[in-house]
Each structure stands twice: as C-alpha cells, then as structure tokens.
Design a binder for this molecule. Structure first.
Ligand SMILES: Cc1ncc(COP(=O)(O)O)c(C=O)c1O
Length: 473
C-alpha cells in the first residue's frame, strides 16, 4: 500500500466493520440497528477531542450543552424555515439572534454616528456564507450606485479563503495585501495605495484564522471612510469571543460598529457562540447595503419567490438551537466560558514563550500560533501528534496554531501541554534535515500528505475530495 492510500485508509476506519453500501439497500434497516452504529461512531470520534488536545473545531465541548441543543434541535429539525407562515417561531429566533449579535458588536453606535442608518443582519448557514453575502452586496451596490464594472476587493494575506471563494463565484478581483511578519497584521499603507475607483471593499480580520491576531481595524476604518469604500470585518472566528476579552480587560482593540468605517461584520454562532454547526450571522451597518443579498423571483411559475442569502430551505432546528445557545448563556455565561479560554490561552502562550526555540506569531489572543528558526516545526507537530495533540498547521512560514476552546480549559490539559511541549522541543531539534511526517492542510489538522508544489497540493486535495465522497475508490 503506498503512503497516500495508507493515509486515506486511516481517514476511513469503518469499511471492514460495517461493510460498504454500493447501492440502495432493498429493505430498510431497523432504527435500533442504525442508532447502534451511529452511537458507536460518535462515541469513538468524540474520544479524540474529549482529551482537550484538539485545536478549535469543538468550541464548547460541553456534553450537557450539546444534549440541551440536541433537544431544541429535535423540536424543529424537520421544519423548513423558508415557509415562514408555518413557523413564526423562526421569525422570533432569527430576529433575536440578530439583535443579540448586534448588541455584542455595538450596533447601536451606528445610529449614534448617523441617525439615518440602523444596523441590521441576517442569519446564514456558516462563516463562508456570512462572507460571500456581504461580497455580493458590495458588488451589486458598487455596480448600481457607483457604476463599477471591474469590482475589486483588498484582503490581507491572512484572510480566510472564503473571500477568495466568494470572489471566484462573484467574479471579483482579489488584491492580496502583505502582513507585517512580526505583528502578522495587514500593511495598511499598502492597502491605502491600492484603493482605486473599482474597489468595492477592503477587509480586516478579528482575528484571522492562521494566528488569531487582529488587523488594525481602526486604521482600516479611517481608510474606508476617507475613500468611501466598504470595510468588512471578518469576526467569524473571533466575533463571539473577542468582545468578552475586552470586558475581561485583555488587550482587544475595538473592531466593531463603534468604528464608523465598518460596514459589515461576519461572526459565527457555530464557533464561540456555541451553537450547532451550520449557522452564523452577517451584520450590516444599514439595510440599504443588506438588501443586495436578497433574491427575488417575482414572476416564477412556482409562485413569487424570495430568499435571504445563498441558502434555500434550511432546517428550523439549527436556527432554534442557535437562539437557544445564545439565550442559555447570556452575557454571564459567555463571560464565564471566555474567562477560562483567555486564561488558558495566556498560560499556553507563556509556556511556548518559555522555549527560546519557539517564536510566537504576533500577539496571541484566544488563539496562539508559533514557529521555529531552529528546526522544522512539523517535527514538533509529529511528536505532539503521537501524544494526542491536534494542532492546525500553517505554511509560508511553517507554524502551528492552537485555537483554545472549552476542552483545553479542563483540569490537567494545560499541564500535559507544558510537559509534552518540553519533550517535543528536544525531539524536533534532534531531527536535523529529516523530512517530517506532517504538513499544513486546512481542516485536516497538520496532516501527513506528501506535497511540494502548489499544483501538487491542488491535485492531491482534489483527489482527496473525490475519495472522501466515494469510498472505497
Ligand atoms: C477567520 C475565519 N473566517 C471565516 C471562516 C469560515 O467559516 P466556515 O468554515 O464556517 O464557513 C473561518 C473558519 O474557520 C475563520 O476562521
């Protein structure tokens, strides 16, 4: 078996246990039989992250909370939130999710700054949609109100690929701004020099995925106002945790609607909002911008159609569970979880900083990333993987990040981190020029695919997608 086949087989351990369906089974399986398999797989897969050693992904990690959300989800799982006459509850949930999110992002500052404007938002199916929808709004507003024919966005090098994906779908040019290698923040002067008559929006992250660091949003806001372009703040990762860091007295700069140039914000309820996967919010400075994300087909034979965003039918269960997550926490509950997360991240940062061989990427918040000038950081990752740690791997430069979430705040996890890292550093040092097993693949942990050039990466990842959707190959 070659390395790649071995790796892919490792990603799919169930063929021998359950067999593989290659066609629709003639007779249905019993609920008990199915539930038995479901429980078995879920319990085994939970074990990996329940150790507290996996970065990000499971943001809450609290099974009591998940059980509660599951009960809420069950009550509306089969409801189509698009058919609003049949489920007025969804209007309550969506409106209140948006109102609570705007409260967190200081939406009230908008009207104070300009009484003719009022902050608003939309519930979406995830961070990617909360980015693509504003891009659509900027494009269509630019086209209609400014006659823009070759729309362009300027994004930091650290911005999430959802911006590139959105630009790809919407036909936007992407101008990628460099970040300062020390602070990892976008070079605002560089952005300023590139804004022109075709620029529909500039972008900053709070915080970015690679390092968790926050771009100089106040300076970007000044630029946006001066040039009359949109400013989207990507708070998908940080939107529901950074505000609590500010309350707790951590050094979190203002990144929200208190800044007059911020025209839209994405913030994921399915990350640090602790909702179920599949919801997020796109927030806007004013409905005059949001209206461009609506899609209306007034004369369709199936009846006049309208949808708010990219999705059509959506499960009411997800929307209900998102609302329930938010109201079950309230300010006090979110603050309680955030306090532990910020404390754990600060202690992990100290541990990393205590090793002169490791260099932190910028100034960490709830997420810390580190690299090394002394060895290939993926050797350290290989060692930590053996001890059960799952970091997310970065490239250009090679680095590892830990987005601290609920599971890391459990007793003992921090001590294991310190002990394991102390053993991993001399191991990595001893590896010299040997090739590490692991490398940087987004969403696959820092996994071990053999890659060299961008073309090979593309081919390999496309092949991996084929395989993951049609196993066995
Ligand atoms: C900063 C940032 N933006 C956008 C996204 C995209 O979110 P999603 O995966 O929910 O589409 C992520 C996901 O990790 C993120 O960290």
């Amino acid at each position: 078996m070659d390395d790649l086949t071995k790796l892919i087989k490792g990603l799919y351990p169930y063929d021998e246990r359950y067999g593989v369906l290659r066609a629709m089974p003639e007779r249905g399986m019993s609920y008990d039989h199915i539930l038995g398999q479901i429980r078995e797989m879920a319990q085994e897969e939970n074990r990996d992250w329940e150790t507290g050693k996996c970065s990000g992904s499971l943001y809450c990690g609290d099974h009591d909370h998940y059980r509660f959300l599951d009960e809420v989800f069950a009550a509306f799982s089969y409801v189509n939130s698009l058919q609003r006459d049949m489920c007025p509850s969804m209007t309550r949930f969506e409106s209140e999710i948006i109102a609570m999110s705007l409260d967190l992002m200081h939406g009230d500052a908008v009207s104070q700054h300009d009484p003719s404007q009022k902050a608003c938002g939309a519930v979406t199916f995830g961070g990617t949609e909360s980015i693509i929808n504003p891009l659509l709004c900027y494009r269509d507003r630019g086209r209609k109100e400014r006659g823009i024919t070759a729309p362009k966005i300027i994004i930091p090098d650290t911005a999430h690929p959802a911006f590139n994906k959105g630009a790809h779908l919407l036909g936007l040019e992407v101008v990628t701004a460099p970040v300062d290698p020390q602070t990892t923040q976008v070079d605002v002067g560089w952005v300023a020099d590139r804004i022109d008559a075709q620029t529909i929006a500039i972008v900053g992250s709070a915080g970015n995925y690679p390092y968790g660091t926050i771009d100089p949003i106040a300076e970007l806001s000044e630029l946006a106002v001066a040039h009359n372009v949109g400013l989207h703040v990507d708070g998908c990762l940080g939107g529901f945790i950074l505000p609590w860091g500010e309350v707790l007295g951590y050094d979190v700069p203002v990144f929200d609607f208190r800044l007059p140039g911020v025209t839209s914000i994405s913030a994921d309820t399915h990350k640090y909002g602790y909702g179920l996967k599949g919801t997020s919010v796109a927030l806007y400075r004013d409905a005059s911008l949001r209206k461009y994300q609506y899609f209306v087909a007034p004369a369709w034979k199936g009846g006049a159609y309208v949808s708010n965003g990219l999705a059509g039918s959506r499960s009411g269960g997800l929307i209900a569970a998102t609302w329930a997550s938010m109201v079950s926490h309230g300010r006090e509950g979110y603050l309680r979880r955030a306090r532990k997360i910020f404390e754990t991240a600060a202690r992990m940062t100290e541990v990393v900083a205590s090793h002169p061989e490791l260099k932190l990427m910028g100034k960490p918040t709830f997420c810390l990333s580190f690299r090394s000038d002394d060895f290939d950081i993926y050797h350290l990752n290989d060692f930590m993987k053996e001890r059960g740690w799952r970091f997310n791997g970065q490239q250009n430069p090679s680095a590892l990040h830990m987005a601290v979430t609920g599971p890391q705040t459990r007793p003992g996890v921090m001590d294991s981190f310190a002990e394991d890292l102390a053993d991993a550093v001399p191991y990595a040092r001893s590896q010299g020029d040997a090739r590490p097993q692991s490398s940087a693949i987004y969403g696959g942990g820092a996994s071990g695919l053999p890659i060299e050039t961008p073309e090979q990466v593309r081919d390999l990842l496309e092949m991996a997608l084929d395989v993951l959707q049609a196993y066995p190959f």
